[in-house]
Design a protein around this ligand. Structure first.
Ligand code: KG4
Ligand code: ZN
Length: 345
């Protein structure tokens, strides 16, 4: 079932806390975002140059009820109007996940509405669907974030099928690590992209890992090492290093997505996750779409990075299909998108 086939009015509260953002949103009928609040933790983790899991979960505990209240207020929705609660159950940092999950279960119990656990990546894909009604399955989904790099074939009535994924680092993680070694502040991805604007993308011939190998898997740890070696030799050429890295990292994504769309005969391609905010990637994908003739779906930036509207939307689809989870619903740090191991119905 697609979101468009959902019947009956639903008003779902989504909660997302899988990493260093606490987010809440209210979505009507699985598609219309009435209110969406995201509280980041750059100030908490900035001094450490990366996410400190224990600090992330403690901060989530501090802000969860305020963030939910802010989303409801923005939506103009009273708690008793909610018809269900959707919450990210995995994958992610266990401590972080458990904060959102515990809150969601208690909240749903108090309101007497069903709660449903959502896979974080199913949420990212749902973001593209709510951003544009023309995105209907089957389509190719490319998820590019700080924790994930994967290509999926998304079908209407089945769990997404994994075509390929990263064998080591995620592409966003590679952006963040390279940013760190170039001395850029956390969070590094956007800072690196900004520095790259002033650099020459052809200055360093970095490898395009696995670009010419069959299959759709990715690998980013070798590229990161190549940049580290070049940065040791040419520390003064930070902008060129950034631009050359960005080109290598994004070229592989575009090449694999083009090949997968062609091989799988898919006319629609959706790109989601934080790295989908990258301007070079967006530009190269748009060029590829024109050349190859596929329709490209790039959600607005606020829906690309972690948010709870995507979780509410994916959860609304599950609830409309009758999916329910019990109060025994637990968090999973690693779980393939083809499964909802927590699911009871
Ligand atoms: O989806 P997201 O918000 O969180 C995860 O689920 O991981 O993605 C965050 C990732 C980070 O690695 C961040 O550096 C990267 O997305 N990112 C970018 C850009 N904006 C965010 N990477 C490259 N260029 C950008 N403009
Ligand atoms: Zn994410």
């Amino acid at each position: 079932m697609t979101v468009r086939e959902m019947s009956g009015a639903s008003l779902v509260l989504g909660i997302e806390s899988s990493c260093d953002e606490m987010a809440a949103a209210v979505v009507r009928d699985g598609r219309e975002v009435l209110g969406s609040t995201v509280r980041g933790q750059a100030a908490v983790h900035g001094p450490y140059g990366g996410v400190v899991p224990e600090l992330a979960s403690r901060d989530h505990v501090r802000v969860v009820s305020q963030v939910v209240a802010a989303a409801l207020a923005e939506a103009g929705v009273a708690e008793r109007e909610l018809t269900g609660v959707a919450v990210t159950a995995g994958p992610g940092l266990l401590g972080s996940l458990l904060v959102g999950l515990s809150f969601a279960k208690a909240y749903a119990y108090r309101l007497g509405v069903p709660v449903v656990g959502v896979h974080h990546l199913a949420g990212h894909l749902a973001a593209a669907e709510i951003a544009d009604a023309a995105l209907v399955p089957p389509y190719l989904g490319l998820v590019v974030s700080g924790g994930h790099t994967a290509l999926y074939r998304v079908e209407a009535d089945a769990r997404p099928h994994v075509l390929g994924e990263t064998r080591d680092d995620a592409v966003g993680e590679a952006f963040d690590k390279v940013a760190k070694l170039l001395g850029l502040p956390y969070p590094g991805g956007p800072a690196l992209a900004k520095l790259a604007e002033r650099g020459d993308a052809a200055a360093f011939a970095f490898p395009r890992p696995m670009a010419d190998e069959p299959g759709y898997d990715f690998s980013y740890s070798g590229l990161k090492t190549a940049v580290a070696l070049a940065a040791d030799k040419h520390p003064e050429r930070a902008a060129d290093l950034a631009a050359s890295f960005e080109a290598a990292a994004t070229d592989v994504l575009v090449a694999k997505a083009r090949r997968a769309a062609r091989d799988e005969g898919l006319a629609r391609v959706a790109v989601v996750g934080g790295v989908a905010a990258n301007a070079r990637l967006r530009r190269e994908l748009a060029t590829a779409a024109r050349r190859d003739g596929f329709a490209l779906f790039l959600p607005p930036l606020a829906l690309c990075t972690d948010n709870a509207a995507m979780i509410a939307a994916a959860g609304a689809q599950l609830l409309a299909r009758g999916a329910r989870d019990s109060l025994a619903l637990s968090a999973f740090s690693r779980v393939p998108l083809s499964q909802r191991p927590w699911a009871e119905a």
